[in-house]
Design a protein around this ligand. Structure first.
Ligand code: ADE
Length: 232
């Protein structure tokens, strides 16, 4: 794989990676700065999409149409939905869905996208296994989990909502872009992987915890991403 698109929702999620790149060309498209350049002799495009599913989907489409990337990797932070997944741990997506897709009033189950052949988007197995190996060998101090990531245009900071997400979708963690990137990747026949480090527990403590641990969580994903790009 030689052309990889890397999306972070926020500047702080991609800054360190941008600093490590060489021969960088910057273009603004759809109000997003696309940084194309080299890292470990791989051609990569690093971009801040902005927060939320619409920004994330538009960003993925540009990577596909204009940069012709061969895979999309999304990096960032997330709220944990399981007791055993702690702050600083990494979650790799097996699959992802939109928890706020709601056509239940029309008889569909929660999370189901009407008139689409699927609502759950499955991540690329070789990207998952490579990322898992890198975590275990290069950053053994971090626990890595592989499971479902649920996305919605909502910051989850409420235990009842958290319980609903776990009961309804069996999610490992929740964030605001992954499923949109995954859906856009699926529509364009592109492999993808969502990599998230846990910044909070998606409950009443989430806002405080997020501010305290965001930076540490991001450092963990950056370590993994460097290793991943090198090995791809
Ligand atoms: N990103 C990080 N923490 C989150 C949370 N609790 N809900 C949604 N997105 C998040």
């Amino acid at each position: 794989m030689n052309r990889i698109g890397i999306i972070g929702a926020m500047e702080e999620e991609i800054n360190i990676l941008k600093e490590q790149m060489r021969d960088v060309t910057v273009k603004t498209i759809a109000s997003m700065e696309f940084n194309e350049g080299k890292l470990y002799d791989k051609q990569i495009v690093v971009v801040r999409s902005g927060i939320g599913k619409v920004n994330a989907a538009v960003c993925t489409q540009v990577l596909s149409d204009l940069y012709r990337v061969e895979a999309v990797v999304n990096t960032g932070v997330a709220g944990s939905l399981r007791n055993e997944i702690n702050i600083g741990d990494i979650v790799l997506s097996t699959d992802t869905l939109q928890h706020d897709m709601d056509a239940t009033g029309f008889g569909y189950e929660a999370g189901v996208i009407p008139r689409m052949d699927r609502s759950v988007f499955v991540a690329d197995e070789s990207l998952i296994s490579l990322a898992k190996d890198i975590c275990e060998t290069k950053i053994p101090e971090i626990s890595v989990h592989t499971g479902r990531i649920v996305s919605g245009d909502q910051f989850i900071s409420d235990s009842a909502k958290k319980e609903w997400l776990v009961g309804t979708f069996k999610g490992y963690c929740t964030e605001m872009e992954g499923a949109a990137i995954a859906q856009a990747a699926y529509l364009n026949n592109l492999p993808f992987l969502i990599i998230r480090a846990i910044s909070d527990k998606a409950d009443h403590s989430a806002e405080m915890s997020y501010s305290l641990f965001e930076e540490m969580a991001i450092r963990n994903t950056v370590k993994l991403l460097g290793g991943l790009i090198e090995k791809l």
